[in-house]
Every structure is written in C-alpha cells, then in structure tokens.
Design a protein around this ligand. Sequence first.
Ligand SMILES: [Zn+2]
Length: 120
Amino acid sequence: MRLKTEGKTPARVAGVRPETVFAMVAAERLCYAKGVDFVVTSCTEGEHSPGSRHYMGLAFDMRRHGIPAEWVDGFCAELRSRLGEDFQVILEPSHIHVQFSPQRALSGTAEAATDQPING
Ligand SMILES: [Zn+2]
C-alpha cells in the first residue's frame, strides 16, 4: 500500500476514519491477491463534490490503471463483496472511489443512516 506522492496534490491520510482504513486494508489485500499495486490517490485532500465523504474521512480513491480493463469490473465486484453493504465501490474513468455510506441504521448508536449516496 502506498500513497500517491507525485502531482500537485499528494494523497494524505489526515482525518481518515477507521471505517476507511478497513476498506483500504481490504482493497490492498485484493490488489495483492491480483498482483497489482495498491495506490491511494486521494483521501481527505483534493477537490471533490460538495458534501463528499472524502471531506469526512469516509472515502478514498485508488488508482485503477494497473488493473487490466477486462477485469476491472470483476475487481470492483469482488471488493464490494468483501466490504459488505455499508460501503460503495464506484468505478470512475480515472480511479476507483470507495466510501463508507451505510444505508441502514447502525445498531447501538444514535447515528442513523439517513444520508444519500454521494459520488465523487
Ligand atoms: Zn472519490
């Protein structure tokens, strides 16, 4: 696992929440199994949609160009399977976006899942 260091906006993990770390570990393990590098290109920094989960530390982007085009859809499906229903994995043209966005209330907490899926 490594962070993108090149470019004008290097990836930073400041403010990333544990749920996101879990998803990064799962993604890293899947990349390892597939023999591709796992590179996080964005966490809380950079420019994203207004209200994006990136700004809450609940999303990250990963590089996709090391994943052959013919199995990138399968890669995303496998990652969704490993992460479960509380996460969204979105294949974007330049990267894979992963976010924590539970669609049902988390038991034992006051935090109801009333939010809408947010892309970007
Ligand atoms: Zn993103």
